[in-house]
Design a protein around this ligand. Structure first.
Ligand SMILES: [Zn+2]
Length: 203
């Protein structure tokens, strides 16, 4: 039986086990990759991101006049404004990933999230990846992580008309919707950074 090609994994591939299509990876690793954007790196934690988030916020505040920062913020605003109508969680089920990426952006707009806060989060992810030694070869991971942190800004609990907070009915963030959203966010982060690292600028 064919084994998963990842070092140290002895599980059968999906194709061999008959639980999916992959002829290279096992079911566990296919699902891990779907959620985290990498076969081996776990998602960045809030605690890990925190110091980078603070540095990014200070940097954005101190450089609001820099055209790269102001253009990045207006690009994020543009994405949110042009994302189309907001729709409730039930109606987006089963829609194509590209549309669901737009719904995620429309949700941020509806929740009144400040585009500068979005920039702060995605720059924090870029910094954190750099600090972890995650390079350009793992850009899918970086993009998925950017989409996840941004997704999290507007997918918490929401109040019902009776005033009771209910857990979000939005689907768990995973899969291709994160790749679509992440690619757009990563382009904006790259523009804001313009080849520089934030550590370089803060220092
Ligand atoms: Zn495996």
């Amino acid at each position: 039986m064919s084994r998963c090609t990842l070092p140290g994994c002895t599980r059968p591939t999906q194709a061999a086990a008959g639980n999916g299509h992959s002829a290279r990876y096992c079911k566990h690793h296919v699902e891990f990759h779907r959620r985290h954007g990498s076969y081996w790196f776990r998602s960045l934690t809030a605690a890990e991101l925190e110091p980078h988030r603070k540095a990014a916020r200070a940097w954005i505040r101190g450089n609001r006049d820099d055209f790269r920062i102001s253009r990045a913020i207006s690009s994020i605003e543009g994405l949110m404004q042009n994302a189309g109508p907001w729709e409730n969680a039930y109606s987006i089920r089963g829609r194509p990933p590209k549309e669901r990426a737009n719904f995620a952006l429309a949700r941020l707009r509806k929740a009144g999230i400040d585009p500068a806060v979005i920039l702060e989060r995605i720059l924090a992810v870029a910094m954190c990846c750099e600090a972890r030694g995650i390079d350009e070869r793992q850009r899918e991971f970086r993009r998925v992580q950017m989409a996840k942190v941004v997704h999290r800004l507007a997918s918490g609990t929401h109040k019902t008309t009776s005033g009771f907070p209910l857990p979000s009915k939005y689907p768990r963030s995973e899969g291709n919707v994160l790749r679509h959203l992440g690619r757009r966010l990563d382009d904006i982060a790259a523009f804001a950074l313009d080849g520089r690292s934030i550590e370089e600028l803060v220092a």
